[in-house]
Design a protein around this ligand. Structure first.
Ligand code: AQP
Length: 331
């Protein structure tokens, strides 16, 4: 039987936080033995909002190092930089001639992110879901482990693949999203009504995976909660609900188990203190391994380069098949 192909990506846009970790990276690491794995630092996606070139360059290496420190194993998985494989841009063009403006107009992430660009909304921000579809379709991906915020983009990818296959013949494999039960949508600790995000301002918005124990403590203890005491999942109390979601994602407990565990707690302080300990211990090995790997950037660069070389033939084959099906090229 053909093996599953897992593909997923992360933008090298700043400090990786526990939303990225529990929503995506943890699944990437634990699933490595069950499939062919391709993980991508999507630097071309990062360009959809303004970036400082020197900072972006540094963040690509930093993000790759964190992923390896988190447990991505180069013997089991490919880890590469999107712009190093030019077929990503090439397939995006062909998909842009299949997808419609109406489809892209419905993407909620575009609506949210374009708010911050006001009069200067970049074309790339609008067409970004086509690039994401190309990322996935190039490798005949069967599963895409992502946080819930990306579900709509995977649905679009499936629609585009179906539309292409129906028009030109079977070229693309239809991928399935793989969304975790716990941690699929971690909210900001300073504002539990917005998604935790790498680029959000505010020192207490997110726990970053490389934060010191002291910083983790400060951020979690200052997390916004209401004036109640009961530790229960309740949509009307997003702050405590978010802390419980993080607890569940880190421990594997169900929401019911988490509520039972804190039934005799004296208030939110008890939950916060326990969460600090759990996060410090969960992230400690990652932080320590990251310190070792950071001392050897040439090894990290080598892994990125070798991965890109290894997967380019797969991407090339897909683009050539799409071109043949569409009737372009000299044949
Ligand atoms: N808050 C979150 N909860 C759960 N999962 C999340 N992911 C992101 N935020 C959360 C998942 O992390 C993976 C990588 O995300 P990304 O870098 O591609 O971009 P993003 O979704 O735009 O993440 P950020 O942190 O909000 O970055 P910026 O600020 O740069 O836009 C994805 O699988 C995503 O679902």
């Amino acid at each position: 039987m053909a093996r599953n192909v897992v593909f997923s990506g992360i933008q090298p846009t700043g400090g990786i936080h526990i939303g990225n970790y529990f929503g995506a990276i943890k699944q990437w690491v634990t699933g490595q033995d069950d499939a062919e794995n391709i993980f991508c630092l999507v630097d071309m996606h990062a360009l959809t909002v303004p970036q400082d070139p020197a900072a972006l360059r540094a963040q690509i290496l930093e993000t790759a190092t964190v992923l390896l420190a988190a447990g991505i194993d180069p013997a089991k998985s490919r880890l590469f930089v999107q712009s190093d494989v030019r077929e990503h841009g090439e397939l995006t063009w062909y998909l842009s001639c299949v997808g419609s403006m109406g489809q892209l107009n419905r993407m909620t992430q575009f609506k949210e992110k374009s708010e911050s660009q006001k009069g200067e909304v970049r074309v790339g921000l609008f067409t970004y879901p086509l690039l994401m579809a190309a990322d996935i379709l190039l490798y005949k991906t069967t599963h895409v482990p992502v946080g819930e915020d990306q579900k709509q983009h995977i649905e679009l990818t499936r629609d585009l693949a179906q539309r292409f296959n129906a028009t030109y013949g079977e070229v693309f494999v239809l991928p399935e999203p793989a969304i975790p039960k716990a941690g699929a949508r971690i909210m900001g600790l300073d504002d539990p009504t917005v998604k935790m995000s790498k680029s959000a301002p505010g020192s207490y918005h997110a726990v970053r995976v490389l934060d010191s124990p002291d910083q983790i403590k400060k951020t979690v203890m200052s997390a916004q909660t209401d004036s109640g005491r009961d530790i229960r999942v309740d949509p009307a109390r997003p702050g405590v609900t978010n802390l419980l979601a993080i607890y569940c994602a880190a421990t594997g407990a169900t929401p019911e188990e988490a509520e039972a565990h804190f039934a005799s707690a004296r208030g939110y302080g008890d939950l916060k203190k326990e969460l600090v300990e759990i996060l410090v211990e969960t992230l400690r090995p990652l932080r320590e391994r990251n310190a070792e790997l950071s001392a050897d950037p040439s090894t990290v660069r080598d892994i990125l380069r070798r991965s890109a070389e290894a997967i380019t033939p797969i991407a090339r084959e897909t683009v050539d098949a799409a071109k043949r099906a569409m009737g372009v090229g000299s044949g």
